[in-house]
Write a protein that binds this ligand. Structure first.
Ligand SMILES: Cc1cc2nc3c(=O)[nH]c(=O)nc-3n(C[C@H](O)[C@H](O)[C@H](O)COP(=O)(O)O)c2cc1C
Ligand code: SF4
Length: 509
C-alpha cells in the first residue's frame, strides 16, 4: 500500500475556516459544506418540487460554501424512498438547472449526489411496488388451479450481492457481470445529465450501505466473479464509474467527491454480525479512488443508513415506532423490528445507543433509563459527538497525495473545526442536522473566523436527538426537537417548531 503523504498538508500554513478551497477546478468560498439531507418533498415520479428548491436555497443563504444535494437516484429502480427527486431521464435536467442557478445566486456552489440504493431500498415507491403482479407471470399446471394459495413475491432491487443487511434484512437481486458494467455506465450517463444541469460538481453516494458500499464491503459482497473476492476486485465497479466519468469528454472536468464509510462497523447493532471493511482497507480504497480521478474523499461511517455512528446521536423510539411502519414489508427483519419497537422500544434504543454510550450519557444508569443530559450542560451529547470521525479523516488525509478530505459528523463550533484544520486532519467539514437546527451557523462561524475570533458556538445547538432522521421515511425534513423552540407551554413550543419547519420550504423570492 502506498503511503505518499500530501505535501500540501505539511508544507502550507493551516487553512482558516473562512479560506476558500478548490475541489477540482471549482473554488468554494469557505471550508463549510452542507452535507446531504432532504425528506419527502418531491414528486411521485421524481420531479424536483418548488419546496425542494426553496429548501436548498434556504440552506445556501445560511452561508456554507457548498451545498451537496441529498441522494439523487440515477434510476427509478434505485430509489431509497419515494418522493425524492431523481436524475433518471433528461426531463429532470431543466428542473435541476433551476436549483443550481438559485443556489448559486444565494452564494453557494452545488454538487449533486448520484445514488443507487442497491439492496438498501427502504420504501421503493410506485416504481418498485414490492409485490409482483401475479398476472404478469401466470402460474401453470397445478399452481394455476391453486392460484389463491400463491404468495406475492417481493421484487428485489438490483444489487451487487445477495446478502441481506443485518438490521432490516433488506435483500437485493445479485446482478450479472454484464449488468454491473451497464450500471457503471448508467452513472456516467447520470453525470452527463448533471453536467447539463450546470452543477459545479458531483458526489458519488458511495458510503453508508448503498450500491457502492455493497460492492466494496467484505460483509455485503458475496460475488465470486471479477466484481467480488479480494479488495481489488470489489473496487472494480468504483474504478469503472470514476474512470468512466473522468474519461468522458462531457464530464471529465466535473469535480468529483467520493463519499466513503471509512469505518463500516457492521457489528454495531448485532455483535455477531460481520464487521465489514477495516480502516486499512478504506485507506487503500481512498488511494485507488484518487488514482482513478477522484478530487476529494468525503469521510463517513456505517455499513447501513442510518447507523449508530452516522448520523450519530440518540434513538427517539417514540417517533420511530410510527414512521418505521412504512418498512414493515421491506426486509426480512423489519416486521420483527416493528414489533420490538411496539413492545420493547427500550431494547432497540439500548442496542442502538450502545456503540456511543459514553458520548451520549454521563453514566451507565442514565444510559439504561435514557436520561439525556441537558443540551446546555458540559456533559451534553452534542459536545462529545462533534467531530466524531476526525481520526478517520486524519488517517485518510495522511495517505492521499493531493485529493481534498471532507468530513461529516456533528460539526457545530468554530473551535472544533479550526482545531482540525490546524492539525491538518481534513480540508473541509460537512453538516446536515447541525446547519438545519441553526441555518445561519455557517455564516456566523465564517464571520467569527474572519474576525480572528477563536470560538463561536450556537446558543441553541442541535441536540442530536435524531427526530428529524427517523421522521424522514414519512415526512419532509425539519428540526423536530420542540424543546429547542421558544414558548411558555409545550403547545407553544410545538407551534413555533412547525412554523420554523414550514419556513424551510417557503419560497425564497
Ligand atoms: C434526514 C437525513 C437525511 C440524510 N440523507 C443523506 C443522503 O441522502 N445522503 C448521504 O450521503 N447522507 C445523508 N444523510 C447524512 C448527512 O449527510 C450527514 O453526513 C450526517 O447527518 C452527519 O452530519 P450531521 O451530524 O451534521 O447531521 C442524511 C442525514 C439526515 C439526518
Ligand atoms: S430534530 Fe433538530 S435537534 Fe434533533 S437531530 Fe434533528 S436538527 Fe438536531
Amino acid at each position: 500500500m502506498s503511503t505518499s503523504k500530501s505535501s500540501i498538508s505539511t508544507a502550507s500554513p493551516p487553512a482558516k475556516v473562512h479560506d476558500p478551497i478548490k475541489i477540482g477546478d471549482i473554488t468554494i468560498d469557505n471550508r463549510i459544506a452542507r452535507s446531504s439531507i432532504a425528506g419527502i418533498t418531491c414528486g411521485e415520479f421524481g420531479a424536483v418540487s418548488r419546496q425542494r428548491l426553496a429548501l436548498e436555497v434556504n440552506f445556501a443563504k445560511g452561508g456554507p460554501g457548498l451545498i451537496i444535494s441529498s441522494h439523487v437516484p440515477i434510476l427509478a429502480n434505485g430509489r431509497v424512498l419515494p418522493n425524492y427527486a431523481m436524475i433518471d431521464h433528461d426531463d429532470r435536467i431543466k428542473e435541476w438547472a433551476d436549483v443550481v442557478e438559485a443556489v448559486e445566486i444565494a452564494g453557494s456552489k452545488f454538487f449533486m449526489q448520484l445514488s443507487h440504493s442497491g439492496r438498501q431500498q427502504d420504501i421503493g415507491g410506485v416504481q418498485n411496488y414490492h409485490h409482483a403482479d401475479n398476472r404478469q407471470n401466470p402460474p401453470k399446471g397445478l399452481a394455476k388451479m391453486l392460484t389463491f394459495l400463491r404468495k406475492s413475491t417481493r421484487i428485489n432491487p438490483p444489487s451487487p450481492g445477495s446478502v441481506p443487511d443485518s438490521f432490516h434484512g433488506l435483500k437485493g437481486r445479485k446482478m450479472t457481470p454484464q449488468e454491473m458494467k451497464e450500471m457503471a455506465q448508467e452513472f456516467v450517463v447520470a453525470a452527463r445529465r448533471a453536467k447539463k444541469a450546470g452543477v459545479h460538481g458531483i458526489e458519488l453516494h458511495s458510503s453508508n450501505g448503498y450500491f457502492f458500499t455493497q460492492c466494496i464491503s467484505s460483509a455485503a459482497n458475496d460475488r465470486t466473479d471479477e466484481y467480488g473476492g479480494e479488495l481489488k476486485n470489489r473496487f472494480r465497479f468504483w474504478k469503472e464509474v470514476i474512470e468512466g466519468i473522468k474519461n468522458d469528454p462531457k464530464t471529465k472536468d466535473l469535480p468529483l467527491i467520493v463519499k466513503l464509510s471509512v469505518i463500516e462497523d457492521g457489528s454495531a447493532l448485532k455483535p455477531w454480525a460481520r464487521k465489514g471493511n477495516t480502516v486499512d482497507e478504506s485507506i487503500q480504497v481512498a488511494q485507488w479512488a484518487e488514482e482513478a480521478g477522484a478530487d476529494a474523499i468525503h469521510v463517513s461511517a456505517g455499513d447501513i443508513f442510518p447507523h449508530p455512528l452516522n448520523p450519530a446521536g440518540y434513538l427517539p423510539t417514540e417517533m420511530l415506532r410510527d414512521t418505521y411502519a412504512g418498512l414493515y414489508t421491506s426486509g426480512k427483519n423489519s416486521k420483527f423490528n416493528f414489533k420490538l419497537l411496539r413492545s420493547f422500544p427500550w431494547l432497540l434504543r439500548l442496542a442502538w445507543e450502545r456503540r456511543l454510550r459514553k458520548h451520549l450519557y454521563p453514566n451507565f444508569w442514565n444510559y439504561l433509563r435514557g436520561k439525556q443530559p441537558d443540551a446546555q450542560s458540559p456533559d451534553a451529547g452534542w459536545r462529545k459527538l462533534e467531530g466524531l470521525l476526525t481520526e478517520a479523516a486524519r488517517q485518510i488525509k495522511q495517505n492521499l497525495r493531493s485529493s481534498k478530505v471532507l468530513v461529516t459528523g456533528g460539526w457545530q463550533t468554530l473551535g472544533a473545526i479550526q482545531a482540525g484544520l490546524d492539525r491538518g486532519d481534513f480540508d473541509m467539514v460537512t453538516g446536515a442536522r447541525t446547519w438545519m437546527a441553526n441555518l445561519d451557523a455557517p455564516e456566523k462561524i465564517v464571520a467569527a473566523s474572519k474576525a480572528g475570533e477563536k470560538a463561536w458556538e450556537p446558543a441553541n445547538p442541535c441536540s442530536m436527538c435524531n427526530r428529524c432522521l427517523v421522521a424522514a421515511p414519512k415526512h419532509a425534513v425539519m428540526c423536530l426537537d420542540s424543546t429547542r423552540f421558544a414558548g411558555k407551554t409545550p403547545e407553544e413550543r410545538r407551534a413555533n417548531m412547525l412554523r420554523a419547519g414550514q419556513s424551510l420550504y417557503e419560497d425564497f423570492a
